[in-house]
Design a protein around this ligand. Structure first.
Ligand SMILES: CC(C)(COP(=O)(O)OP(=O)(O)OC[C@H]1O[C@@H](n2cnc3c(N)ncnc32)[C@H](O)[C@@H]1OP(=O)(O)O)[C@@H](O)C(=O)NCCC(=O)NCCS
Length: 143
């Protein structure tokens, strides 16, 4: 399988969405809007892996680069990475992460942070595991 990598535009939103069932067992109504905003917003790094020829989505990564108080540095913060189940083990996740690392380094990052992480992939990629605790508060909706 030949894979190519591209920065997704709004026309690739459905391709990115097609990968989400591989990440979430339940998909709420807000996810598509969030992904559309990620794609439009230049603050975020986005990379889509597609099969050459068919153009079918094979993997996707989104992240940003910002100051991190906990880690006392500027860091590349990985929001999400997903590879289609039948495309796993081909090096796509590693390639997406390598591009994100380069992008983060170019923006002055001293580390990479992954707030989520359900698998052994990150340990394999050289990450240390930290404890994950997040508080959540709904804010009033704007009219
Ligand atoms: C995690 C994920 C992105 C890895 O993508 P992938 O394309 O299969 O990974 P790669 O083929 O690039 O693998 C890179 C290395 O990590 C290892 N690896 C991949 N998944 C692994 C896992 N679950 N546990 C341990 N090692 C793993 C591979 O063996 C490979 O090792 P190598 O470099 O020594 O050969 C993919 O399995 C996935 O989409 N999982 C579901 C979504 C998810 O959990 N994302 C992370 C949370 S945000």
């Amino acid at each position: 399988m030949e894979i190519e990598y591209k920065v997704p535009g709004p026309e690739n939103l459905s391709a990115v969405m097609s990968l989400m069932p591989a990440l979430y067992s339940e998909i709420g109504p807000g996810l598509e809007k969030v992904l559309a905003e990620f794609i439009e917003d230049k603050y975020y790094f986005k990379l889509l892996a597609v099969e050459k020829g068919s153009g079918a989505a094979a993997g996707f990564l989104v992240g940003c680069c910002r100051l991190e108080v906990d880690f006392e540095c500027r860091a590349g913060v990985l929001e999400e990475v997903v590879v289609r189940p039948d495309c796993r083990g081909l090096g796509i996740g590693k390639a997406l992460l390598a591009e994100f690392e380069k992008w983060s380094l170019a923006r002055g990052a001293q580390a990479l942070v992954v707030p989520c992480g359900r698998e052994g992939f990150y340990e394999k990629m050289g990450f240390n595991k930290g404890s994950i605790l997040r508080y959540w508060k709904d804010l009033p909706a704007k009219n």
